[in-house]
Design a protein around this ligand. Structure first.
Ligand code: BGN
Length: 280
């Protein structure tokens, strides 16, 4: 059910949130989810927050593909919930979990997150983020722009540089219009790698450009870990990447099939457990 969209007459929040403090240190450590809940007890169920005294600039759904990464999720929430509130966001957090031990399909989980989030609220900005990337500066606004935005452009693990010019992984932000224009992500990438390169080709094929924040401000920590079981590098994605322009209009949001197994509104996020099928 959509929420009642009637709102009191609040004035629009300033374009630049007034209480940002700039760089901060992200520590990778064990974080208790109970502590995160205590600190963020004023959030609405499902990890929904919005500024009290002004109307947010955008309505932002954050979509996180997920499987067996509870410790990373706790770290992400610990840093990001206060961060998003400081940025005066009207936001909701969606953790989209793939069931079974079938090969992971990050891109398809993103499409599921988008499709499920819009059932909740009239979000107009969608930020697709890995669970293990945490910004290190609160001036890096989690918002959408005139163009699709690549936000993981300054990662510590890549010495705060782009490993290659067209990289479009980690965190990307799309308005609803931009996302629909490219028919979302491809559903055909099973295993690690390439789906983000294909996404980049969709954006270009749709006549859009990508933009990136200033890398001094978008510095972020990527939590290092071993490759997850069930998410092996396939190395088979090369032709799919090159055929983005040809197939994007039949492979994506309009061909998405999945079964929601569970949809739970936790205090800090909505968790959607989903069967996305398997590679055939
Ligand atoms: C690239 C991956 C991207 C990934 C970046 C950074 C592929 C396609 C090979 C044909 N691309 O190599 O998905 O975001 O590295 O890790 O694997």
């Amino acid at each position: 059910m959509k929420e009642d969209s009637k709102m009191e007459e609040l004035s629009l929040c300033p374009e630049f949130p007034p209480n940002l403090t700039g760089p901060f240190i992200v520590e990778v450590k064990n974080i208790s989810i109970m502590d995160v809940m205590t600190v963020n007890s004023h959030l609405q169920e499902g990890g929904r927050g919005k500024p009290k005294y002004c109307k947010a600039q955008q309505k932002i759904a954050i979509i996180i593909p997920f499987r067996n990464r509870e410790p990373h999720l706790a770290i992400w929430l610990h840093y990001m919930l206060p961060f998003l509130q400081k940025q005066q966001g009207d936001f909701g957090i969606y953790v989209v979990e793939q069931i079974n031990n079938t090969t992971f399909n990050r891109a398809k989980l993103m499409n599921v997150g988008y499709s499920e989030a819009i059932k909740d609220y009239d979000y107009n900005c969608f930020i697709f983020s890995d669970v293990d990337i945490i910004p290190m500066d609160d001036r890096n606004l989690y918002r959408c722009s005139k163009n699709p935005k690549h936000m993981a452009n300054s990662l510590d693990k890549f010495a705060f540089r782009l490993p290659y010019q067209t990289i479009f992984g980690g965190i990307v932000a799309f308005t609803q219009e931009q996302f629909i224009k490219i028919n979302g992500f491809s559903n055909r990438f099973w295993g690690w790698g390439g789906e983000d390169d294909e996404l980049y080709n969709r954006v270009v094929a749709a006549g859009m450009k990508i933009e990136r924040p200033d890398p001094k401000i978008s510095r972020a920590k990527a939590i290092l870990h071993h490759r997850d079981p069930g998410n092996e590098k396939t190395g088979k994605s090369f032709h799919l990447i090159n055929e983005a322009a040809k197939f994007m209009h039949m492979d994506g949001l309009n061909s998405l099939e999945y079964d929601v197994i569970k949809r739970i509104r936790h205090k800090l996020y909505t968790k959607i457990t989903v069967n996305v099928g398997s590679q055939e």
